[in-house]
Design a binder for this molecule. Structure first.
Ligand SMILES: *Cc1c(COP(=O)(O)O)cnc(C)c1O
Length: 384
């Protein structure tokens, strides 16, 4: 089946018991057992729930994996994956990762003796020497948050596998509609389903997808043991949202291309980060490994523009954390999504105080552009 059809018919298509075209919401914590000594298919909803299972099978189909696992948040998914590791293990981390992923490693897993090192995965020449025996995995995002830097997933996977390391890719920004890391060689895909997969800014959820059954068993054990599962109603909302993922991603990508091209030549704009622009350093690899550059853009206004006044002047585009919903959102990574990253690391990787991250929604692109333009004009010092 083609991806567009899988979005609608993948996983478990409808309800076998009644013929309902949608998987019902099995709002139950437990299941009746007929007697002792049997191993029922369903026994307790942390361990398994039919609505969640339908969603997990759908994610496995979409990511071209064998097993999917659904969690109560993206961070619950990240935490479960990090629970694969032990005291003394080290992870390599690409230099732009989601602030919460950095925070859980730096403030939680470090206390359990799991360490990390931040590396620049856009240049792989130094990767082999970093793959020391204590390193167990490489965790990357591509395009990464918030500077949209692109990492060659196939090349990182090949190099890491030569040294026996796991490759973990957070695919939140792309979704399986645009990029399928397992097929590029990665071992584990993570998602914040809160973003594009859900798509309507109304559910917090997360996913892990793998292609190796032994790794799936270990992760399923951890999911059931640590318990951060997605509830049945939220699983239903995710199944509902994913049906329109293709239509939404096409429109997000189209709108973002238009906005990025306009910002690129805008006299008030210092720099635009978007791997769909030909002069972007990640353009060629993005073209090779994904079928679009997605809906996220970051940019900087010139120094004589006031970022706070820019945010306060917006009318249609909303200042908020999160991304990937139908509505356009902006944020200020230095004080919002990436505030957990110490200032010196932020500066080093290029997350300046003037950086603005834009999640381009699926509204009329003329309206998005007009709102950004009036806010840019209102934030220029010359206008005061
Ligand atoms: C939002 C986000 C997360 C965390 O997901 P939650 O659903 O907020 O817990 C992880 N990775 C990326 C890239 C994200 O954007």
């Amino acid at each position: 089946m083609q991806l567009d059809s899988l979005l609608i018919h993948g996983g478990i298509d409808g309800d076998a018991a009644t013929g309902a075209v949608n998987v019902p919401i099995y709002q139950t914590s437990t299941y009746r057992q007929t007697g002792l000594g049997e191993t029922p298919v369903w026994e307790y909803s942390r361990t398994g729930n039919p609505t969640r299972t339908a969603l997990e099978k759908l994610l496995a189909d979409l990511e071209e994996g064998s097993h999917g696992l659904a969690f109560a948040s993206g961070m619950a998914a990240v935490t479960t994956v990090l629970s694969l590791f032990q005291q003394g293990d080290k992870l390599l981390l690409s230099s732009n990762v989601y602030g919460g992923t950095f925070r859980v490693l730096d403030k939680v897993f470090k206390n359990f003796g799991i360490t990390y090192e931040i590396i620049d995965t856009t240049d792989l020449s130094s990767l082999p020497e970093k793959l020391t025996p204590d390193v167990k995995a490489v965790l990357i995002e591509s395009p990464a948050n918030p500077l949209l830097t692109v990492t060659d997933i196939a090349a990182v996977s090949a190099l890491s596998h030569e040294h026996g390391k796991l490759v973990i890719v957070d695919n939140t920004f792309m979704t399986p509609y645009l990029q399928r890391p397992l097929s590029l060689g990665a071992d584990i895909v993570i998602h914040s389903g809160t973003k594009y997969l859900g798509g309507h800014s109304d559910v917090i959820s997360g996913f892990v997808v793998v292609k190796d059954p032994a790794l799936a068993d270990r992760l399923y054990f951890l999911q059931n043991s640590t318990g951060g599962v997605l509830g049945p109603f939220d699983s239903f909302l995710m199944l509902r949202g994913i049906k329109t993922l293709g239509l939404r991603m096409d429109r997000h990508t189209f709108n973002a291309q238009v906005i990025a091209r306009w910002l690129e030549i805008h006299p008030s704009v210092k720099h635009v980060y978007y791997p769909g622009l030909e002069r972007d350093p990640g353009y060629a690899i993005q073209q090779k490994q994904a079928s679009g550059a997605g809906g996220m853009i970051s940019f900087e206004l010139h120094a004589d523009y006031d970022a706070d006044r820019f945010f306060r002047s917006l009318r249609l585009v909303t200042l908020a954390e999160s991304l990937g919903g139908v509505e356009s959102l902006v944020c200020h990574p230095a004080t919002m999504t990436h505030a957990a990253i110490p200032e010196e690391i932020r500066k080093k990787v290029g997350i300046t105080d003037r950086l603005i991250r834009l999640s381009v929604g699926i509204e009329s692109v003329q309206d998005i552009q007009a709102d950004l333009e009036q806010a840019i004009q209102a934030s220029g010092k010359a206008q005061v």
